[in-house]
Design a protein around this ligand. Structure first.
Ligand SMILES: *Cc1c(COP(=O)(O)O)cnc(C)c1O
Length: 465
């Protein structure tokens, strides 16, 4: 094979490319190194194609500039960026879990922009504590004596165990030794915290007497873990939180409960079963409770620990608290979110996770009709149908419940659904949708109306190609 040297020689020089009008314009707005990198990558790729014997390699200046501009734009795009969640999974762990309320977003912005009272007490004109901003609020909402917030719930569990069970035994049911989100495993967290796990019962059944019989002078606490992401069907028995509190307290042992998703409203009222809420758990008299900020609570990533003051005070003095400490932006969003819970009606209206979870079928149909009408105006290259399907809560919550939802089902002959799915991920505001029964589904529950016209324009462009 002879190398096409004529074609190789046609590749323009870097200096000539830099003198092109559209490249000069871009050079004004972007870093020189990114532009140069894009030019080099473009030229290298052309050379390699020519050397590999390809015939129709585009070496015209216009083509090259277009590719350079495409690459620079790509390199200048943020890696962490917004997407449209059309999956119908409300707390999608890969898509950032809970979407924040407008108030929480505003709070983040104003705290990020200005100096603030993070650790400053305005009344005293002296040093304050970052934990003061939400402690009272959490106590008011949950009825707990005291509270502390850390980075996430995994850190919360670690801090609890390290404070209350270091060098002691912690009794936990075998049925609750869960793995959550890949890296959070109850036995591993226990080992890291310096406590000794004492497993009782079996995978499917643990009895009252199992806990009682395992108590020794070495026992430091009883731990209950909500098995957030799975459910045992058939023969199953667990000891209730109330019973565990009874056992613990009759032996002078604290009872700890990792709730996982800490719902602060009674989801049963909205047709969502099996997800324990913080308010009911508190009534049991449990000593320490922990839950996530960005699951059913609908706030930022955080771990919230509530319970008896004597234990929380100890946690505040644990050096791990410094390592797990919550940052100011999270704290701002958390305070704003929690404030909404002072009035549950307000919370239901303003917190997106709750709004989406509680949306009625009528509301979803109305919303779906709007998107359908847009897409169905003179459709070209596709057909759409407004129909019903199922979504999920997600985030390791309510694993067995699919929630009925309303979807737009799109069919197209212009490109394969796999290609369409890929193209939808490649647009400026990526749209994450799913394929089912040879249709592309867009679940309207998790899509915001402000994105409808963008979705419409994008689908028209992609399906008309
Ligand atoms: C989700 C979950 C965790 C981990 O919480 P993060 O906030 O993701 O760190 C721990 N325990 C249970 C039971 C959970 O459901």
């Amino acid at each position: 094979m002879s190398v096409n040297t004529a074609l190789l020689r046609k590749i323009p020089k870097i200096d000539d490319i830099l003198r092109q009008e559209n490249i000069e314009e871009t050079a004004q707005q972007c870093s020189h190194s990114i532009l140069m990198e894009s030019i080099r990558e473009t030229l290298d790729s052309l050379r390699q194609r020519i050397l590999a014997g390809e015939e129709d390699v585009p070496v015209e200046m216009a083509d090259i500039c277009e590719e350079v501009l495409r690459l620079t734009a790509q390199k200048n795009t943020m890696s962490l960026r917004p997407v449209i969640n059309a999956t119908g999974i409300i707390l999608h762990t890969n898509l950032g879990r809970a979407r924040l309320s407008d108030r929480a977003v505003e709070a983040i912005k104003s705290i990020a922009q200005d100096y603030n009272t993070l650790e400053y007490n305005l009344k005293k004109g002296a040093r304050g504590s970052r934990y003061d901003h939400v402690e009272d609020l959490i106590s008011k909402i949950t009825g707990a004596e005291d509270a502390i917030v850390v980075n996430n719930n995994a850190a919360a569990v670690m801090l609890i165990l390290s404070t209350m069970a270091k060098g002691r035994e912690v009794i936990t049911s075998r049925g609750e030794l869960v793995e959550i989100g890949g890296a959070f495993r109850v036995p591993d967290i226990m080992a890291q915290s310096g406590g000794t796990l004492v497993e009782v019962g079996t995978t499917n059944k643990t009895h009252y007497s199992d806990y009682v019989n395992a108590i020794t002078p070495e026992t430091g606490a009883l731990l209950k873990v909500h098995t957030s992401n799975f459910k045992i069907m058939g023969f199953f028995e667990e000891v209730t939180l109330e019973e565990m509190v009874e056992i613990g307290h009759s032996h002078n042992l604290p009872v700890i409960y990792d709730l996982g998703s800490g719902a602060l409203v009674r989801l049963q009222d909205y047709g969502i079963q099996d997800e324990p809420n913080v308010l009911d758990a508190m009534k049991s008299g449990v000593d320490i409770l922990s839950f996530s900020g960005d699951k059913l609570l609908g706030g930022p990533q955080a771990g919230i620990i509530i319970g008896k003051r004597e234990y929380i005070e100890k946690m505040k003095k644990n050096p791990l608290t410094r390592a797990f400490r919550i940052d100011k932006l999270t704290l701002a969003a958390l305070e704003a979110t929690l404030r909404d819970y002072l009035d549950p009606e307000v919370a239901l209206k303003s917190i997106p996770t709750l709004q989406m979870m509680c949306a009625t079928k009528e509301e979803l149909l109305l919303k779906g009709q709007k998107l359908f009408d847009l897409l169905n105006q003179n459709p070209q290259g596709y057909t759409v149908e407004l129909t019903e399907d199922y979504g999920q809560i997600g985030g390791g919550s309510v694993p067995t419940q699919m929630i009925p939802s309303v979807v737009i089902a799109l069919k197209t002959t212009k490109l394969s659904l796999d290609t369409l799915e890929k193209e939808l991920r490649a647009v400026s505001l990526p749209i994450i949708a799913r394929i089912s029964k040879e249709r592309m589904l867009f679940d309207v529950r998790t899509i915001e109306e402000r994105h409808f016209s963008y979705i419409n324009e994008t689908l028209r462009k992609l399906c008309m190609k």
